[in-house]
Design a protein around this ligand. Structure first.
Ligand code: SF4
Length: 276
């Protein structure tokens, strides 16, 4: 049986960076907290917990003299301020690409632009970017919600890092057509696009596809939805979930994984299939 693994399977740059920062901090510090799971992968979160990294859900749970990690998708300005008031150490693992989106939004706001943020309102990354416009920016979730505002002469656009470039370009074109001044910062990161494109390419070639990653991971679930439209597929968290009888008769198996899936889980899947 042949196996084809996507070259984009597994950690993106921002997730890998966040995990490395937390792991090395865990070696030196005793009280280390992440507000919510560091990434959407239960196996990785469990492993970090065994190293003393505790997941909390309320700021009140933070003890004095501890370290709180800011996750790769960043936090709002207000949350950062509250953390500082608590007198704790902050380990900022915000992905540099997300930070750029925050800075560009702030720049646009400070320079009098009506800031348009193309993204998902409830996503923590978008909430954080929004806070950098003092909540005066407008979040547009999809291009049908395009809106022109009274007495606004200049627009400034940024996007959530995981959005589609194609859709963002359509939105940008609408603002260009309908305003005298429009500044655009392309804050979209290529990681998601590359991973999805490669998954599609592999799905075309293989008989069956495994998508490895947390069931609570939005980007892994999206990958699974994409490939299953092309070939039979299964979303699994670990190699233990592989039903050998289901794939025994196939010639080529494809494998991809979400941005929060560690390499060792992907390798476990590869090794299990190799033994068939
Ligand atoms: S998907 Fe891109 S922006 Fe988001 S954490 Fe990964 S590298 Fe950073």
């Amino acid at each position: 049986m042949e196996i084809e693994v996507s070259k984009y399977a597994g950690f993106c740059f921002g997730v890998e960076r966040a995990i490395n920062l937390v792991k090395s901090a865990a070696e030196k510090k005793s009280k280390l907290y992440t507000f919510g799971p560091l990434i959407h992968n239960p196996q990785v979160v469990e492993n970090l917990e065994s190293k003393g990294v505790k997941v909390i859900n309320q700021l009140q749970e933070v003890e004095p003299n501890s370290t709180v990690v800011i996750r790769s998708h960043g936090v709002t300005k207000d949350y950062k301020k509250k953390l500082k008031q608590k007198n704790v150490d902050i380990l900022d693992a915000t992905c540099p690409y997300v930070k750029t989106a925050q800075k560009k939004a702030q720049y646009l706001y400070n320079n009098g632009y009506k800031v348009i943020i193309y993204g998902e309102k409830k996503h923590p990354e978008v909430k954080a970017i929004h806070s950098y416009t003092n909540y005066k920016g407008v979040v547009i979730e999809n291009i049908d919600k395009f809106k022109i505002f009274d007495n606004v002469k200049k627009y400034g656009l940024v996007a959530q890092t995981t959005r589609s470039k194609k859709q963002f370009s359509i939105l940008v074109a609408k603002y260009v057509e309908n305003s005298k001044e429009c500044v655009v910062f392309n804050t979209i990161c290529n990681a998601t696009f590359n991973r999805q494109q490669d998954a599609k390419k592999i799905a075309e070639k293989v008989d069956f596809m495994f998508v490895v990653g947390g069931k609570n991971s939005a980007n892994t679930t999206k990958l699974y939805k994409i490939v299953k439209q092309i070939k039979p597929a299964e979303h699994i968290e670990t190699a233990d979930e592989i039903n050998i009888d289901r794939i025994r008769d196939y010639d080529i198996i494809g494998i991809t994984a979400g941005a929060s899936t560690p390499e060792y889980l992907i390798n476990d899947v590869i090794n299990k299939i190799k033994k068939i």
